[in-house]
Design a protein around this ligand. Structure first.
Ligand code: ARG
Length: 297
């Protein structure tokens, strides 16, 4: 008898949530994007939804930062699965690995906030473009994607576009020593949970020579990636897709990298690996202008 009631209750709950189009164990099919599927599984299993060694960001200090949200998870904090950056009023730059297998009607974008709370406005997505070379030469190679919003969002001092690093700047940015900043709602420790308030950490750029050392990553790091971090200072799970930016000069902040991968988080010799944004400025410009740009279908 008890069983029957539980089953009935289950069916009724399933029915209700289906109506509200909420994700359930029954209606969810894994997409293949590890970050997306992880956010959904945490939600379905009632687990609270990671930047290591950083601090809470000042309100509005990183106005290009956006959150990618799983559609069908009403709670913003639980729905967050990746970060991204505003390129213009209708385009977001993020990591390809965040959106593999995720179609435009399965996620939304929110901007203009440091806090993942319920007041955020969710923007609908019209299209996503994943770089054609993603994962071809090496795992996570060319880890970049663009998201096109269904409607342009208002840009103001709380939600602002960030320019991509240009060729004349890269010599001062992709060098050791140089400090960069990475921001996100990801875990504050390896295996930890996502956070509600946006965090930032300053990480030193790490040369390809040090990063491809056999004791570091060897040949897993390609010329489409850059490395940054030091023991106890890193990005982590949940930060993916988010921005790695230049610090100086302050009036010319540029997007230098996209959080991509790493072995664990903040481990000695295991730096954070970022998409080398400078290598993709041509691709982004072509996609945005509507010209042909190579896309993974
Ligand atoms: N793929 C991770 C994400 O899912 C990003 C990991 C970055 N790791 C690192 N140690 N920096 O959010």
């Amino acid at each position: 008898m008890k069983k029957a009631i539980i089953v009935l209750l289950g069916v009724a709950l399933g029915f209700c949530s289906a109506q509200a189009q909420e994700l359930t164990k029954e209606n969810f099919k894994p997409t293949g994007s590890q970050d997306y599927d992880e956010a959904v599984n945490r939600f379905l299993n009632g687990i609270e939804p990671k930047i290591v060694g950083g601090k809470k960001a000042a309100d509005g200090a990183y106005p290009w930062q956006v959150t990618l949200l799983v559609k069908g998870i009403p709670n913003t904090h639980q729905a967050h699965f990746c970060g991204g950056s505003i390129y213009n009023s209708q385009r977001i730059v993020t990591a390809a690995h965040c959106l593999i297998g995720v179609s435009p009607n399965q996620f939304e974008v929110a901007a203009g906030t440091n806090i993942l709370n319920q007041t955020v406005k969710r923007h609908k997505v019209a299209r996503r473009i994943i770089h054609a070379d993603y994962g071809k030469a090496k795992r996570f190679d060319s880890d970049i994607a663009l998201v096109q919003l269904a409607e342009p969002m208002k840009l103001n001092d709380r939600q602002m576009a960030i320019a991509l690093l240009t060729s004349d700047q890269e010599g001062q940015v992709y060098v050791d020593p140089n400090d960069l900043i990475v921001t996100g709602w990801g875990a504050t420790e390896e295996g930890g949970s996502k956070v509600r308030d946006l965090r930032e950490v300053t990480v030193p750029f790490v040369s390809a020579k040090r990063c491809t050392d056999p004791l570091s990553y060897g040949d897993r790091v390609t010329d489409k990636m850059v490395c940054a971090g030091e023991p106890q200072k890193d990005s982590c799970q949940g930060d993916s897709g988010g921005p790695l930016i230049t610090v100086a000069p302050k009036d010319k902040v540029r997007l230098a990298g996209i959080v991509s991968w790493g072995d664990g988080c903040a481990r000695p010799g295991k730096y954070g690996i970022y998409t080398r944004v400078r290598a993709f400025t041509g691709w982004v410009a072509a996609c945005v202008s509507g010209a042909a740009c190579s896309e993974l279908k």
